[in-house]
Ligand binder design. Structure first.
Ligand code: 3HC
Ligand code: NAI
Length: 691
């Protein structure tokens, strides 16, 4: 082996030159990697004894993309385009030998090779869209030339990782290699040479491009079908435009269009936010006093207590991961209903073709329903999801203490209650932790992991690891009312309620927050959940707008009227009845109504959330500002292109937010009292990013 540089080797296997990259963790295209590739291909091409060249990677994956950590910094070493030109223009066949994930710039490198072979477990994709970008190294011009315009559109706008078999079927991989990839790729390269096959340059393939010429409806239909999904994001539209350019412009011109749009995205705020989120998510997995080598406990069997809304969804996460679950209920009928809902969910997924019918049975086969808490004796992890009442939770944990095996993790899914108080009901508070799932628990990616005063580090490490196993993003938070997410949400809810009394209508508040990029506003959300949740007809006293609406039998979407009126297709429209209820309520309670503009709605609902986030940081209830952002993106649908509330606050300017909070505080009182941290950051001219 001849070392080209620290991350690149060049070896001749007879007449085949093998270029090997080894740049952990993911062989990203850093300056060193680009330099290594450039020199290695120059040498191999110049070596008269070499008849073909194989490019392969060590470690867990082929090149997984450009090095995102270099973005925004001055470029050193050869450009990716220079490296690609050298590979594509090599005078002998180049074969990319692919394993792991060939992504982004990595796939764009593979696309300038003349042939691509892969192991059957490999996956290919152009995930730049998830970073608010588009493939900027010819991917948008080459991909449609192989897979066709429709599939290319799908791939660049979804960022999906296409499994090897499908990639082979669409022509992206020329051959799948069972067994040793290196040997297989070398044999493939020799075969190419022996058969005298051409140096196939993807840029020269025009059949699939020609097939889409003069059919603008392909793009119009695609935009229309995905409008909802792409709402608010710039990158999907830009990606579509580059594929359009591939069809309508000559190759070189298409590359120029791609570059121009790429640079626009790269220097804009959306991509900055999305790149920030990429690293923030990985950062959240790191806990300063729980090092990566902290021992974890094996979780082979899980118990869930309560088969209601949450217990069912929580159980599904483990069944999906192949981990057996015993689910316990207090009432037989609730047990049957809960298990029935799980089955129905799986059957619906199977009907949509997203799960094989036999998998429905496999998953249900892992579920053991029971009415007997003692059946949890051999579980490694037990998650309680019973009613949100401290007395009941304590009773359950007291009993569990006597039943659970030593070392078992005892978790509560409480939304608001004090995890330390619950832990005190046991003789082993070190084993107790909060695992706060979000509804629907089988869908929402967030898992708030609540660290109690005495929670053992190995229990925390296990919970963090487990969150990955079940496809969640775990964020460690401290004990406080509502933890991070709901505590901040309460600020927004309070202001939304105040705003409608002051003169904004529910649909005004909802529209502003929806247009900001949230999935729905607070009033549409209340209608969806049901206005009568927690409402007691025996105790109602017309003390809030919501109570009055419930008293009028306006219970939300389920009976066609709540804050909004609903038609038979559940389309919402502003309700004159609700409007009158609100105006009467304001008059009764002496609130003067006035015109409220959209900007005030935004500031009144979101700035107090930012302020609360600062208090959470001040109190050490979240480790870092970016953890708060990950909570809001994955638990509440905060638009990822705005990077979460704390990142967004930095982009607005903390001085501006502080000034407005002070003004609100003068006018409306201490709900808006700025946190000391916010004051300090502004005084020092810093942002949350500097913490
Ligand atoms: N650049 C820099 N660092 C990267 C990286 C990249 N492209 N991809 C991953 N990393 C880092 C991560 O930050 C992480 O670092 P850490 O250990 O210090 O936290 C480490 O590699 C491992 O990453 P994961 O924890 O995500 O490992 P997984 O095994 O779970 O996933 C992966 C591997 C599927 C490759 C995943 O990391 C991933 O999706 N990476 C991003 C791929 C991507 O978006 N590529 C396109 C980049 S943009 C581009 O190529 C532009 C071009 O068109 C010009
Ligand atoms: P739910 O009312 O739908 O289900 C609770 C279930 O627990 C009921 O089926 C009940 O019969 C059962 N139960 C009550 N006491 C029991 C006992 N001693 N032993 C066994 N089963 C018992 O309630 P939901 O919504 O599932 O909430 C459960 C917990 O999850 C609460 O602590 C709640 O705060 C929390 N949570 C709820 C979210 C939501 O959106 N619904 C979101 C996140 C957390």
């Amino acid at each position: 082996m001849a070392a080209i540089n620290e991350v690149t080797d060049l070896t001749n296997e007879g007449d085949v030159a093998v270029v090997t990259l080894n740049s952990p963790p993911v062989n990203a295209l850093s300056a060193k990697v680009r330099e290594g590739l450039d020199k290695a291909f120059e040498a191999a091409d110049a070596d008269a004894s070499v008849k073909s060249i194989v490019l392969i990677c060590e470690g867990k994956t082929f090149i997984a993309g450009a090095d995102i950590s270099e973005f925004g910094k001055a470029m050193t070493g050869p450009s990716l385009q220079d490296v690609q030109n050298r590979i594509e223009n090599a005078s002998k066949p180049v074969v990319a030998a692919i394993h792991g994930t060939v992504l982004g710039g990595g796939l764009e490198v593979a696309l300038v090779a003349h042939y691509r072979v892969a192991v059957p477990t490999a996956k290919a994709g152009l995930p730049e869209v998830n970073l608010g970008l588009l493939p900027g190294a010819g991917g948008t011009q080459r991909l449609p030339r192989i897979v066709g315009v429709e599939k290319a559109l799908e791939m660049v706008t979804s960022g999906q990782h296409v499994p090897a078999k499908a990639a082979h079927a669409m022509g992206l991989f020329d051959e799948l290699i069972d067994g040793d990839l290196r040997a297989g790729a070398i044999a493939f390269a020799r075969k190419i040479v022996a058969e005298g096959r051409p140096l196939k340059k993807v840029r020269d393939l025009n059949d699939k491009i020609d097939a889409a010429k003069g059919k603008p409806e392909i793009f119009a239909d695609f935009r229309k079908a995905n409008a909802r999904k792409f709402r608010g994001f710039l990158a999907p539209e830009y990606n579509i435009q580059t594929i359009e350019a591939a069809v309508n412009e000559p190759f070189e011109q298409g590359l120029k269009t791609e570059r121009k749009l790429f640079m626009e995205l790269m220097t804009g705020p959306q991509s900055a936010a999305q790149r920030y989120v990429f690293f923030a998510e990985r950062q959240a997995a790191k806990i300063p006093d729980v090092p990566e080598d902290t021992p974890t406990l094996p979780i082979k069997k899980v118990g869930v207590i309560g088969a209601g809304t949450m217990g069912g969804g929580i159980s599904m996460n483990f069944l999906n991961a192949g981990i057996p679950v015993t689910i316990i209920e207090a009432k037989q009928e609730n047990l049957e209903r809960g298990v029935g809902v799980i089955r129905k969910n799986y059957e619906n997924t199977a009907k949509k073709g997203r799960l094989k019918p036999e998998d429905v049975e496999t998953r249900m086969g892992l579920l053991t329903p029971s009415m007997n808490l003692e059946d949890l004796a051999d579980c490694d992890l037990i998650i309680e999801a019973v009613f949100e009442l401290m007395e009941i939770k304590k009773d359950v944990f007291g009993k569990l203490d006597k039943i659970a095996k030593p070392g078992a993790i005892l978790a509560t899914n409480t939304s608001y209650l004090n995890v330390d108080e619950i832990a005190q009901a046991t003789s082993r508070p070190e084993s107790v932790i909060g695992l706060h799932f979000f509804s629907p628990a089988n869908v929402m990616r967030l898992l708030e992991i609540v660290r109690g005063e005495k929670t053992d580090r190995s229990v925390i490490a296990t919970a963090m690891k487990l969150s990955k196993t079940i496809g969640k993003v775990g964020v460690l938070v401290g004990v406080c009312f509502g933890f991070v997410g709901n505590r901040m949400l309460a600020q927004r809810q309070r202001e939304a309620q105040k705003l409608i009394l002051e003169g904004a209508m529910p649909w005004d508040v909802d529209r502003v927050l929806y247009d900001f990029g949230l999935p729905m506003g607070p009033f549409a959300m209340s209608d969806l959940a049901g206005l009568d949740i927690g409402w007691d007809p025996a105790k109602t006293s017309s003390s809030t707008v919501r109570e009055v609406l419930c008293e009028m039998d306006r219970r939300g979407q389920k009976n066609g009227k709540g804050f909004y009126d609903y038609d038979e297709n559940r389309n919402a429209k502003p309700s004159p009845v609700t409007e009158q209820v609100i105006r009467d309520f304001a008059a009764k309670t002496g609130v003067n109504q006035r015109d409220i503009d959209d900007q005030e709605i935004l500031e009144r609902t979101l700035y107090p959330m930012v302020n609360e986030g600062a208090k959470i940081l001040e109190e050490g209830k979240a480790i870092r500002a970016s953890d708060i952002d990950i909570v809001w993106i994955n638990g509440y649908g905060w638009p990822v292109y705005r990077g979460g509330p704390m990142h967004w606050a930095d982009s607005v300017g903390l001085d501006k937010i502080l000034a407005r909070l002070k003004q609100f505080q003068n006018e409306m009182g201490d709900d808006f009292k700025p946190s000391a941290l916010l004051e300090k950051l502004v005084a020092e001219g810093k942002g949350f990013k500097d913490l």
